[in-house]
Structure formats: structure tokens, C-alpha cells
Write a protein that binds this ligand. Sequence first.
Ligand SMILES: Nc1ncnc2c1ncn2[C@@H]1O[C@H](COP(=O)(O)OP(=O)(O)O)[C@@H](O)[C@H]1O
Ligand SMILES: [Mg+2]
Length: 410
Amino acid sequence: MDDGQKDCTRLLSELQELRRLHAESQAAQSAFRVAEAALRESEMRFRSVAHSAVDAIISINCSDEIIFWNPAAEAIFGYSEAEVLGKPATILMPEQYRPEHSRGVKRYLTTGVPALIGRTAEVMGLRKDGGAFPIELSLSTWTTQQGTFFTGIIRDISDRKEAERNVQQRTEEARQRTQELESLIQMVAHDLKSPIISIVGFAGFLRKALNGMPLDEKTLLVLSQLSSLSKTVEHFLKDLLDGLAVEHSEPELNPVQLDEHAREVVQQHKAVCEEKGITLDVDVAESLPPVRGDKRRLAQVLDNLVTNAIRHMGEKPLPTIRIQVSVDRGSVITRVSDNGTGIPPEYCNRVFDRFFRVPGTSGQGTGLGLFIVKKIVESHGGSIWVESELDRGTAFVFSLPAVDAPVAPG
Ligand SMILES: Nc1ncnc2c1ncn2[C@@H]1O[C@H](COP(=O)(O)OP(=O)(O)O)[C@@H](O)[C@H]1O
Ligand SMILES: [Mg+2]
């Protein structure tokens, strides 16, 4: 091959290379145009969303300058886009939040550890007119060749906060009013208690004093009603005061031996039971562990259950009430059972309701007793339930967690 031929071959191969490069460049240009169009479209889509959003959408660059500001941001903060672009984001927050904001941006840029990114925070914003207002802020971040950017979506929550404050205020007012009312009820009930106790005593005295005297039927009826109605009022006031005390003060927890209380309650009710021919006995497991409880309130529970058993005994040939105290898997179980009237099954789950009495129940009573009993047992971390069979009898059973602590002397 002579030199001319060689040159010709080289030129041809260079031409081929040039053609290939040209084709590649055209492909690259067209890919670039597609990417550019997609980018423009995505930008347009973002702008259109941002434009119509009700929330402020604000972006800043890594120098903390505002680079994007939507119309909602203008409506919320009062600045036009021209006024804020290029300004530091700190103009949008009250003075005291600025150092923390700058620290947060710096921390993220150096460590990449987000404090606020990806979650919603309630902070304060500052309007152009200088007014501070509560905002809900959710922050996201993205990084390009030009650096890291932050976008905040901001909602003005002034109305919501105001509504929350109003609800809180009204709740507090209602709480105070209830408290005042309850104090008043407590005062009245307390002041009425002594005269009522005296009336109960006087009625008893009159009945005894006039016993055997020739009295007409009407006088006898008045005497008996005086006695029974005054006792009803006495019970009512006692239940009312107990109920208020249970709801408004925490129990004083100490180790308590329930068997001792069971025996005390038996002593207290002995006379009445003897008078009515009721056998009242106690059956206690050996080496019973103490429960953590309020002595006075737990005694109140036993007293209420035994009083109910006496009250609802009906006319039984061998009336019997039994208090059994046993241990079962870390709990002390107390069972107060009777062979009295029983409770119709449809009412069993209602007897613990406030003011509930089984329809047709006679005698004194407010329907508060078992409500108070349940509150007390539950405030000790225990539970109570009823097992009953109509005409055969009833058992109220409550379970309290046992403690290993030694019983405090006295
Ligand atoms: N041992 C019981 N036997 C039968 N019924 C009972 C017994 N204890 C409670 N009850 C029923 O449950 C109701 C609610 O009892 P309680 O809250 O103590 O109210 P109260 O004794 O003031 O009526 C009673 O009115 C009665 O109908
Ligand atoms: Mg009762």
C-alpha cells in the first residue's frame, strides 16, 4: 500500500469514528431533552400543587436562605415572595426559636442526624406584622449537587389551639363547679347527720317508752314510720358521705390482715344477728398473708356486704351468713355469702351501679353501698363479683393482691 492509500484508509476510519460520535451525541441530546422535559413537568406539577396548597410550603438552602415560597406562605406569614426570597428563614420565627433553628440546620448538615425531619412539631411562627402564632411544622430534606435543601410544610394552628384552650378552660370550670357542689353536698350531709342520729335515737326511745301503752293504730303507725324513715335518712347520709370520700381521696395503703377485720365486723353485727336469729360465722385460712390496703375502707367493704346480707335475708328457716377468707395464687379472696333472697339473674351485673336497687327491694337503702364497695376494692387493685341464685342466696366475692410485707404493729 502506498502512502496515498494509507491516508485514505485512515481518513475513512476517522470519518466512521466521527459518525459514531455524532450519533452518540445526538442520542445523548435527545435523552437530555426527554429528561429536561420530565424535569420541567415535575417542577410544574410541584409548583401547581404548591400554588394551590392551603399549607405554607417553604424551602431553604443550606445557607438558610429562603428559595421557595408559595401563596399560602404569603397568606399565613404576610410576606410576598419577592420580600422573602434570599432572606434567612429565621425571620419567620420569634427571637427565642432562632438559635435552636440555626443549631438544628448546622447539626443536620454536619452529622446528617435529623431532629425534626420526618415528623410533625408544634412550634411558633412570626408574622410580618410581628405577631407570634402557633404552627404545625413538618420538615423534609433533599440533597443535590448544589447542596442540601430543606422544605417545611407549615399549618397555622391558631384556631385549633384556641379551641383546645377553650375546651380546657370549660373543663376546668366544670371541674371547679362540680367540686364546689360536692363540697356543699358534703357540708349539708355532714351537718344533717347529727340531728338525724338524734331523731333515730328519740324515735327508738319513744317506741320503748310507749311500749305496752294503749295507743291507737295511727299513733303506732306514725311511731314506726318515724323510726324507719329517720333510719333511711341516716343510711343515705352515711352512704353519700362515704361515696364522696372514696371518690375524692386516695386510700392510705398499709399491710392489713383481713381476717382481723372479718372478726371485728362479726362482733359489730352480733347483736342485730342474734335479735334476728341469724347465724354469722367466720372461716379464715391459716397463716393468711396481709393485703396492702386502707384499714378503714376495707372494714367499710366488709361492713357493707354483711349489712346487705342481713338486710336481704328475707324469711328463711335457718338464716346464715358466712365470711370466708382464703388465699389463691397470690390473692386474698374474701367471700361473704348468705342464704337469703338471692338476686334475679338479670340484675346481677347491675347491683354495683350507682343508686341501683333490685326492683321491689324493701327497707332502707340508697343503692350506693355496692357502688362504693366496688370503688374501694378497685382502688386497691382488686376485683369484686357476685354469685347469686334467686331464693337460695348470694355470695359477694372480692379478691385483693396479697403482700409479703410483715403486718405493721397496731
Ligand atoms: N346479699 C344480698 N342479697 C340479695 N340482694 C342483694 C344483696 N346485696 C345487695 N342486694 C341487692 O343489690 C341492691 C344494691 O345494693 P346496695 O348498693 O348495697 O344498695 P342498698 O343496700 O342501699 O339497697 C340492693 O338494693 C339489693 O336489691
Ligand atoms: Mg347496701
